[in-house]
Design a protein around this ligand. Structure first.
Ligand SMILES: Nc1ncnc2c1ncn2[C@@H]1O[C@H](COP(=O)(O)OP(=O)(O)OP(=O)(O)O)[C@@H](O)[C@H]1O
Ligand SMILES: [Mg+2]
Length: 248
């Protein structure tokens, strides 16, 4: 991507305070950070440590209370909502992943979902999603909704989805030099990134390079080949259970 040599993201002593009238919540307490073009950063930290607050600011969905945010060299910390929306559309992409599977959506579509956001052609999306369902031993359940799967099978669909997701982000990063920042609670997931940031109480507590980076497309084939006989099931998985109340 032809642009300046400077960092894509630069935060200077960023604070974010949520004003709830009686009390103020200091979600970020002086965060300074540089992320260069082509980095792949995993943001970690306990619940409430400020990860989403940081991402909202990085994603131009919210502004710092104090401090400065330079996105590709432009100071956006005082931008209006309209200006933020404009720069967001030009420079940023988002993938949201809920832990829960969408209840009214087939296993195949659940796995495919993240790739919809990444702008990958339909045929390619379906191919990758089918391959990864096969890896976790669920080819024959591709058309089932989560309520028609056992608990263990649902978990495997979620694993397949996470790996497809990571594979796509890694390819965009490696092949197209896209800068990627992800949030995760899982130390395992952070190993797919090149750099890990750990937050605690609104501050960066640790900033380290990942030693042995995992590659999603290499990990998929190594997943233990689970078969349904490995889990106890109280109902036959082929029974077409009615769609339960949505969990999403
Ligand atoms: N809109 C808001 N109004 C008030 N307080 C908020 C708001 N959003 C977040 N907070 C508070 O700011 C702090 C940081 O929240 P944040 O959502 O950034 O944490 P997080 O690291 O993303 O946590 P989690 O892992 O649970 O998603 C928390 O104490 C939270 O309660
Ligand atoms: Mg969060």
């Amino acid at each position: 991507m032809p642009a300046g040599d400077g960092p894509v993201i630069r935060l200077e002593n960023v604070h974010k305070t949520y004003d709830l009238g009686e009390i103020q919540v200091h979600a970020l307490r002086g965060v300074s950070l540089e992320i260069k073009r082509g980095e792949f950063v995993a943001v970690m930290g306990a619940s409430g440590s400020g990860k989403s607050t940081l991402m909202n600011i990085l994603g131009c969905l919210d502004r710092p209370t104090k401090g400065r945010y330079f996105l590709d060299g432009t100071d956006v910390s005082q931008f209006s909502k309209v200006e933020l929306a404009r720069i967001r559309n030009r420079k940023l992409g988002f993938v949201f992943q809920q832990f829960n599977l969408l209840s009214r959506t087939s296993a195949l579509e659940n796995v495919e979902l993240p790739t919809v956001y990444a702008g990958i052609p339909q045929a390619e999306r379906e191919k990758r999603a089918r391959e990864s369902l096969e890896r976790v031993g669920l080819s024959d359940r591709a058309d089932h909704h989560p309520s028609q799967l056992s608990g263990g099978q649902q978990q495997r669909v979620a694993i397949a989805r996470a790996l497809v997701n990571l594979d796509i982000l890694q390819r965009l990063n490696d092949e197209e030099g896209l800068t990627v920042v992800i949030v995760t609670h899982e130390a395992d997931i952070s190993l797919y990134g090149k750099r890990a940031l750990e937050f605690r109480d609104g501050r960066i507590k640790r900033d380290s390079l990942t030693q042995k980076r995992l590659i999603a497309k290499d990990v998929l084939p190594t997943l233990p080949a689970l078969s349904d006989s490995d889990e106890e099931e109280d109902t036959p998985a082929t029974a077409s259970a009615p769609d339960k109340a949505p969990a999403d």
